[in-house]
Design a protein around this ligand. Structure first.
Ligand SMILES: [Zn+2]
Ligand SMILES: [Zn+2]
Length: 262
């Protein structure tokens, strides 16, 4: 029998990102960008404990992705995985961490889960997204994206669950309180994709079979969950696509749960 495959959003947004993936008895995190206290509370909310984690896969060294990595690794000896440039940055930022190299594109088996990273454009030292498979199902994490590149298009088209950045509304960003240099960084090729860019990517890459999409990494200042959802829904409808179950991952609290068999 195939192992149960599930995913949970513990936090998603500019102030912290953390997703839990479970395959059979194996539980891993992708990013731990919240405090150990918030992480413990979030895991407990879904019936998990940090002591059972088999690993943390880190996308990049920005604090909204690694805030809890040091405390988690030191308290529970949780193995941390990242590529080499990111490991160096993590060690500088987080202190002593039990971190091992996972090269980009390398497939790592951990229990029934198979984890692989792929490169994404962003201003981390060597930022990646992750694809996690279990049996015939897979999920793809794609957040912190400067622009929608070809490798990203290829990955997001395959996933049963796609966790896709929908960081900002362009107008809210333009008219909002951020200083010019920050607006420029967010819009730039090392920044984040907008609601519109996310919905265009869905239209281009995610036609056909049924799938779930979580809109993720929303900005607190430059976006609204309702606006992200409305933008994607309108674009999908305009293109006659009714194969996508859309949801928005909450920023500061545990929110979504995915089980492909339910
Ligand atoms: Zn980042
Ligand atoms: Zn981020």
């Amino acid at each position: 029998m195939a192992a149960d495959f599930e995913a949970y959003s513990l936090a998603s947004g500019s102030s912290g990102n953390c997703y839990l993936v479970k395959g059979g008895d194996t539980t891993v995190l992708i990013d731990a960008g919240i405090t150990l206290k918030a992480l413990t509370t979030g895991m407990d909310h879904f019936g998990f404990s940090p002591s059972q984690l088999s690993g943390v896969f880190v996308t990049h060294e920005h604090s909204d992705h690694v805030k809890g990595v040091g405390p988690l690794s030191r308290r529970y000896e949780t193995p941390v995985y990242a590529n080499l440039p990111t490991i160096k940055a993590i060690l500088e930022r987080c202190g002593a961490v039990n971190v091992s190299e996972m090269a980009i594109g390398q497939e790592m088996e951990i229990g029934p889960l198979s984890v692989r990273s792929y490169r994404l454009p962003h201003d981390g030292v060597c930022h990646v997204g992750y694809v996690v498979s279990c049996g015939s199902r897979s999920l793809c994490l794609a957040t912190d994206i400067g622009f929608v590149c070809d490798p990203l298009k290829k990955e997001i088209g395959q996933a049963d669950l796609l966790i896709l950045e929908s960081n900002h509304d362009i107008r809210m960003l333009e008219e909002g309180p951020y200083p010019c240099y920050m607006k420029k960084r967010i819009r730039g090729s090392g920044g984040h994709i907008s609601n519109k860019e996310a919905s265009h990517a869905l239209v281009e890459c995610c036609r056909g079979r049924r799938r779930h999409v979580w809109l993720a990494h929303l900005s607190r200042i430059n976006n609204l969950p309702s606006l992200a959802l409305m933008t994607a829904r309108a674009d999908l409808e305009r293109h006659g696509m009714d194969n996508i179950d859309l949801a928005v991952a909450a920023r500061d609290v545990p929110s979504l749960h995915w089980n492909p068999n339910s």
